[in-house]
Each structure stands twice: as structure tokens, then as C-alpha cells.
Design a protein around this ligand. Structure first.
Ligand code: DOR
Ligand code: ZN
Length: 343
């Protein structure tokens, strides 16, 4: 098979930032994705309907004529007003809410200190059918960073799912075999996004032969067996797993630093990277479900009507993007990728 035509995919977890960075990165996503769930961890975070609407307008302006629909999310805080969230959902501005445990990752300082504090909003969301999107890591200093996702499942996610049996939940950017098993066992209202990078890198890629800051993200990549579990999960074709890049641009100096930022900028190569992975797994026929069908089904949306075509045409990924401006190093920088989006 040398060409592959699939429904136009969507990205169910994306960081677009703001200002000049937004202008640069939004077109890279819109070149092949029809919609994206846009993360709200700006500074200050998106916590109101008005802020989400204004951000949506800025994103639309940044993509210009490309057919792309930003799906907006609200950033949950300890003091968020359930009425504001309900109004945003009813008005069709807010599609989901994002739970960042306070301190877990980039711009999460204003996140949730204790899930009990947001029980009123979770109750409202469950009643409306509004999905909760979860950054699933505990922040307890006693817990090793490689265990933080697994501990979150036990300490936070399981009790929350039990307390709100109707709440729809997406466990974002899963990195462990434990999360794969947890999601598979969790019934229809629980799903997970899987990034392009967590399907390809393990912790050796970050730490062996010198520290690789461009491979550092959160949740951090784990042991190889966990990567293999993620690959096996997407290869099953289960509708519980769908595409979410977590493409998270940070300028090169912020990555190549004594205290480097977490985030991998994958948007310019994400679909090509997933295609390579599915090809290696011998299940390219399952890429369409993962990239274009399972996400809309979970969110209660129609798949995109248009199609996109990939071709087997090896090409080299640039080392740097906009070196004189935003100065980004993309995922797969300098590597050869097999698949290319042609139309
Ligand atoms: O690596 C990450 N980068 N993980 C996150 O959870 C946030 C993201 C960002 O915003 O940079
Ligand atoms: Zn993210």
C-alpha cells in the first residue's frame, strides 16, 4: 500500500498558545486536522466563556482560510463557577473542561488542589454530558515521577469515576500499561488520547547518550514495556483510544535550559508520525478509526466529511522551524519519515 485515504482527522488534545506562537503553530495543525480540542493553559488560563470565545476568535484568525474548527475547553480551578461552565456548554462555546492537578505541568499553578473542590462542577458536567479531560498525574513530592500516572489512577481517578457514574472522562496522553488496562476496563464513558511521541519514545530516548530536552514532556515517557502497551492498545482498533497529539511548543531556549520546559512540538509531523507507527504495527487500516472516527464518536460529533490522502514518500523533517522567530524544534527533527500528507 503506497497511498492511504482517510476521513480528515481531528486532534483531541492540542496546545496552540497565543500571540506570535499561535500564528506560527495553528496553520501546522490546520494543514491536516479538521478540528482540535484546544487546551486552556494560557497565562492567565481560560476560565470563562468570554475568554474562551475571544481565544477561539484569535485561533480562527490565525488559521485564516483553512477549514479548521477549534473546540474550546475551560481550565478548572478550585473556585470555578459551575454556572459559568454550564452556560459555556449550553451556548456551544465550551466543549469540555480540563483538570490539571495544581503544579502537575506547564501553567498548572491555578489548577485543582483537591478534586473534592470541584465536585459541584463535575456533578453539573455529568448531568449535561460534558466531558472531563484529565491530566492524570499526582503531584505528591513523595511519589516518583515515573509512578505519578499509576498512582493517580488509584488515588484520584477511580474514586472520581465511582462518585460520578455518568461523567464522561478522557484520560489524556496516557503513558503506561496501567492506564491502558484501566481505560479498557472502564466502560464506554471512559476513553484515552495517545500522543504520537508516546507511541515512539521511551525514557531511554530522553536519557541515554546525553540528555535530550526535546524528548521531555509530561507525563514523561516511561519504560519500553509501557510504550509497547500503548502501541498494542492502538493496534487493537478499540474505540476507547484516539488521537491527541499534545503538541506543546516551547521556544528552543526554554527547552535547552538548566530547567527545561515540558512539551514536544509535534503538530507539523504528527499525522505522518502516527502513520509510520501504524505501518510498523501492520495496522494502517486502523489509522482512520484512531485518527478520524473514535474521537468524534466519543464527543458525540459527526466525523469530518472531507478526506485526506497520505503517500509513501520518504522526506526529512527540518531541524528547526522559524529559527529567527519562535525557534521551535519539531518532533522527529532531522529524521526521515516515510509517510507524507499529499492532499
Ligand atoms: O509536556 C507537556 N506540555 N505536558 C503538559 O501537560 C503541558 C504541556 C504544555 O503546555 O507545555
Ligand atoms: Zn497537554
Amino acid at each position: 500500500m503506497d497511498t492511504l485515504t482517510i476521513r480528515r482527522p481531528d486532534d483531541w488534545h492540542l496546545h496552540l498558545r497565543d500571540g506570535a506562537m499561535l500564528e506560527l503553530v495553528a496553520p501546522a495543525t490546520a494543514r491536516c486536522f479538521g478540528r482540535a480540542i484546544v487546551m486552556p493553559n494560557l497565562v492567565p488560563p481560560v476560565t470563562t466563556v468570554a475568554a474562551a470565545r475571544a481565544y477561539r476568535d484569535r485561533i480562527r484568525a490565525a488559521v485564516g482560510d483553512q477549514p479548521f474548527e477549534p473546540l474550546m475547553t475551560a481550565y478548572l480551578t478550585d473556585t470555578i463557577d459551575p454556572e459559568e461552565i454550564a452556560r459555556g456548554f449550553e451556548e456551544g462555546v465550551l466543549r469540555a473542561c480540563k483538570l490539571y492537578p495544581a503544579g502537575a505541568t506547564t501553567n498548572s499553578d491555578r489548577g485543582v488542589s483537591d478534586v473534592a473542590r470541584i465536585h459541584p462542577v463535575l456533578e453539573r458536567m455529568a448531568a449535561m454530558g460534558m466531558p472531563l479531560l484529565v491530566h492524570g498525574e499526582v503531584v505528591d513530592a513523595e511519589v516518583d515521577i515515573f509512578d505519578r500516572e499509576k498512582v493517580f489512577l488509584e488515588r484520584v481517578l477511580a474514586p472520581t469515576l465511582e462518585r460520578f457514574p455518568d461523567l464522561k472522562v478522557v484520560l489524556e496522553h496516557i503513558t503506561t500499561a496501567d492506564s491502558v488496562a484501566f481505560v479498557e476496563a472502564g466502560g464506554d464513558r471512559l476513553a484515552a488520547t495517545v500522543t504520537a511521541h508516546h507511541l515512539r519514545i521511551d525514557r531511554n530516548d530522553i536519557l541515554v547518550g546525553g540528555i535530550k530536552p526535546h524528548m521531555y514532556c509530561l507525563p514523561v515517557a516511561k519504560r519500553r514495556r509501557h510504550k509497547e502497551a500503548l502501541r498494542a492498545a492502538v493496534a487493537t482498533g478499540s474505540p476507547k483510544f484516539f488521537l491527541g497529539t499534545d503538541s506543546a511548543p516551547h521556544a528552543r531556549p526554554a527547552k535547552e535550559s538548566a530547567c527545561g520546559c515540558a512539551g514536544i512540538y509535534s503538530a507539523p509531523v504528527a499525522l505522518e508520525s502516527y502513520a509510520q507507527t501504524f505501518d510498523e504495527l501492520g495496522c494502517l487500516d486502523r489509522l482512520e478509526g484512531f485518527a478520524s472516527l473514535h474521537g468524534p464518536a466519543f464527543y458525540g460529533l459527526e466525523p469530518n466529511a472531507e478526506t485526506i490522502t497520505l503517500e509513501r514518500a520518504p522526506h526529512r523533517v527540518p531541524e528547526r522551524i522559524d529559527p529567527e522567530g519562535q525557534d521551535l524544534t519539531p518532533f522527529h527533527a532531522g529524521e526521515e519519515l516515510t509517510w507524507r500528507v499529499v492532499a
